[in-house]
Design a protein around this ligand. Structure first.
Ligand SMILES: [Zn+2]
Length: 110
């Protein structure tokens, strides 16, 4: 992952165009031995992901979407005291609406 240094915190840059100002988190998945929980636009989902049985440890994946239509996944995998990291490009996906990524606003007040 690439970051832009900020005064208080770093900004994640799009892996395709490098912009730190158009990026949104679409979903987060945690896969533990194929038992996966996903939090994304559809809410919280639980499913068996047996396609990742080759994993050495639990996998945490974060899907990002850039307003220029770029998508990528940042994946972290635990293994024997080390955290492996890779970035995977996803197909271009332009034109997402505000309800197609994780909540970005303030919590509703009662
Ligand atoms: Zn981009």
């Amino acid at each position: 992952m690439r970051f832009e240094k900020g005064p208080d915190h770093d900004l994640v840059r799009c892996e395709v165009c490098g912009s730190p100002n158009m990026l949104h988190i679409r979903a987060v998945r945690v896969n533990q031995l194929g038992d996966t929980v996903s939090i994304g636009p559809a809410g919280i989902e639980h499913f068996d992901d047996t396609t990742k049985t080759h994993a050495r440890g639990s996998i945490v994946e974060i899907d990002f979407w850039c307003e220029a239509g770029h998508q990528f996944t940042a994946a972290f995998q635990f293994h024997k005291g080390q955290v492996l990291h890779e970035v995977r490009d996803l197909p271009r996906l332009p034109g997402l609406g505000p309800n197609e990524f994780l909540w970005e606003g303030e919590l509703p007040r009662e």
